[in-house]
Design a protein. Structure first.
Ligand SMILES: *[C@@H]1O[C@H](CO)[C@@H](O)[C@H](O)[C@H]1NC(C)=O
Ligand SMILES: *[C@@H]1O[C@H](CO)[C@@H](O)[C@H](O)[C@H]1NC(C)=O
Length: 352
């Protein structure tokens, strides 16, 4: 009898404790939320957290089971930071879809959509007086892909490099060489490369170059999936920024093998583009891309609309490269003299 009573008492105790924890958690969350709403928004003040913050945050991430709690707490923390530094995007309402541009013409034909899109990606919108290929040194071979950044003094990157406050994120799937990353690091930038294929969770390769075994996705893993099946090495860029305590990326380089469309859409919808100074992106046109559906003309209209969203956020294209070494295919057909692969570079002209 006694043991049964004792067990019952224990159970009540545990339940109470659990309820208390939950209440405390909710309380913290709501307080942070209230604080965020109540705080006035001062001007944009750059704030560069040091490497300690980044290291601490990595240690903060304990086990898969605690992922949900970690996310919530890091979100609350970053909301506090947003209040202090006055990031504009924190006030923008959540968006669920991008704005589709009107059709190129009333026929909705693939020809017209492709003509408009290809014209867009092959004409730069702003000139750059100091284009750098593959980073900040002249260590460059013609056989390499031309990842271009702009060091024109009219844009912030040149100044950020001079004051050693430059941060580069590189998203890839391990197929590229590391020349861009190594050069940017030796030029004084803090470089984070995200690649799901590396052998350990974090590798510190050079003084300012880190590799992380993470792949960037356009959505968070579904918490309903059993933790052991959860692909916890997959995160949204916004989540990674929060986890690392970073709020700006001077250069985002990405070669996502056809996942670029949904990732770009996610960055636009979640207001992450505002945190990016220059975007260097490889795009793939031989098929619609992961989770992009519709007939051919709708697909091209969607691609175009994504780039118009960038333009709307004052991103200007300063470099376009047509890769003639890849199949010359556009949506599975050899048409429009197009390549299946282009590398494009934009600069965020709000960052000057
Ligand atoms: C493609 O689909 C859209 C609607 O989803 C339609 O308006 C358009 O006419 C279609 N285009 C072609 C060429 O069939
Ligand atoms: C096709 O593209 C190549 C490379 O961009 C260019 O040199 C050539 O003039 C183009 N051909 C036509 C017919 O436009």
């Amino acid at each position: 009898m006694l043991w049964r009573e004792r067990r019952l008492r224990w159970r009540t105790c545990t339940l109470r404790l659990l309820a208390l924890c939950l209440a405390a958690l909710l309380c913290t969350h709501f307080t942070a939320e209230l604080k965020r709403r109540a705080l006035p928004q001062p001007g944009l003040t750059p704030k560069v957290p040091g490497a300690e913050v980044y290291n601490r945050r990595l240690e903060d991430v304990p086990s898969k089971r605690q992922v949900i709690y970690v996310r919530r707490s890091s979100k609350a923390a970053s909301n506090g930071r947003q209040g202090e530094s006055g990031r504009r995007d924190s006030l923008q309402p959540a968006r669920w879809h991008i704005d589709l541009q009107p059709w190129a013409d009333s026929s909705h034909s693939l020809e017209e959509e492709a003509r408009r899109f290809l014209h867009y990606i092959t004409n730069s919108q702003i000139s750059c007086s100091r284009l750098m290929t593959n980073g900040l040194t002249d260590n460059y071979l013609d056989s390499m892909k031309p990842w271009k950044v702009c060091l024109d003094n009219k844009f912030s990157l040149a100044h950020q490099i001079r004051s050693k406050q430059c941060r580069v994120y590189s998203l890839g799937l391990g197929e590229d060489d590391n020349v861009f990353e190594l050069n940017m690091a030796s030029g004084g930038c803090e470089v984070h490369r995200f690649d799901p294929g590396i052998p350990s969770a974090h590798i510190h390769e050079a003084e300012r170059l880190w590799h992380h075994r993470l792949s960037v996705d356009w959505r968070d893993p579904n918490p309903a999936i059993a933790p052991h099946r959860l692909h916890s090495n997959t995160k949204k860029l916004k989540t990674i920024l929060n986890d690392f305590g970073h709020w700006k990326i001077d250069v985002l380089k990405a070669d996502m093998e056809s996942a670029e469309w949904k990732i770009l859409e996610n960055l636009i919808l979640e207001g992450v583009m505002e945190q990016i100074g220059q975007l260097v992106l490889e795009i793939h046109l031989h098929w619609p891309g992961f989770e992009v559906s519709g007939n051919d003309s709708s697909v091209v209209r969607y691609w175009y609309s994504l780039f118009k969203e960038l333009e709307h956020k004052d991103f200007k294209l300063f470099y376009s490269f047509k890769d003639l070494s890849k199949p010359q295919m556009f949506l599975k057909k050899e048409v429009f003299n197009a390549s299946s692969c282009y590398i494009l570079s934009w600069v965020n002209t709000r960052w000057t």
